[in-house]
Ligand binder design. Sequence first.
Ligand code: PLP
Length: 400
Amino acid sequence: TFEIADRLKGLPQPATIAMSARARALRAQGVDVISLALGEPDFASPPEAVEAAAQAGREGDTRYPPVGGQPALKQAVIEKFSHENGLKFTLDQILIANGGKQLIFNAFMASLNAGDEVIVPAPYWVSYPIIAKMMGGVPVEAICREEDGFRLSAEALRRAITSRTRWLVLNFPNNPSGAIMERADLEAIADILRQAPHVWILADEIYEHLTFDGRSHVSLAAVAPDLADRILTVNGMAKAYAMTGWRVGFAGGPLPLIRAMTSVQSNATSGVCTLAQAGAVAALQTSPVRRDGMRDIYQKRRDQVVTALRAIPGLTCAMPDGAFYAYPGLVGLIGKRTQNGREIRTDLDFAEALLDAEYVATVPGSAFGLSPHIRLSCAASEVQLREACQRIERFVRSLS
Ligand code: PLP
């Protein structure tokens, strides 16, 4: 019989995947399910990227790539970091991997020893604690309170740091809360980090272009250049360019870390598909107009969803400044009962009962380390979002 490796025992399956699997199974039975469970842009990839990838194939760019990435893509990434983030890197400080996710995997694999702590501000993207645990690390939560706009406070960070801390994960704009960190917030964080020179920072900026109401994203490494020799800035093509399936992510960071991460990658994947890399170069070089167009649409959807949710008695909803999620709070609904007598004790109960009663798939806040909430992805059409909010309202009103 097959025996799973110790390092994988007890790891949770990401609830995002579990909920969308349940939604898919219902849909296969012919049920009209609206799934707001997955963070997948519903736009097409840039045609320039598709054409460049096809062209690369026709030209025979089909051999093994350099492990750390094609020089042309690394160069495009250097220019992106310089122009958009004010960060300076050399070619050997850049690593191209199969998505932002693999960069996080490589970084933790390259650096964590058993018992090393990784601070994950909650609510967090589900994969950080799972990958950290896979590598023998210990995730440590720092709570980002709703009253603070889900931002990481200097005080919460200070309390989470111990002598075993190896990494702080900083993900803003945040999945799932949509919070961003302004320059002053980052300066306060940087002050704490200056007093903790053993802590490295993984800045996951994959939602940087999705900021609303004229706000813009600021990189920690730009606010605190004196910390740059322990900051890994992670980003990728998935969200900003609607290129999830291409599996191209990139990172810039200190040379010794990038070297170690490249060595991990060399033994795992030998690098990223050449055609996808050619497509990514073309996408990075196209004008930001399309990207900004997507952002405006996400902002409209956010407004629509937040307005609809706030009109539902018992639900609260903070206004997300970025990313494409809403993270309404359920405090006012805990303890109520569904029509068939089921008590809503947790956000998981709520999400399951909502799916069963009204066929709307969401993800419970418990998956992201901050309850009671649910996460709704706004990467769906306005028609679907309107219908989903109506169903949620009908469900909430049916509770007693
Ligand atoms: N980081 C965050 C915060 C995400 O939400 C996601 C995807 O959902 C990723 C990284 C992974 O992106 P990629 O598709 O580039 O691996």
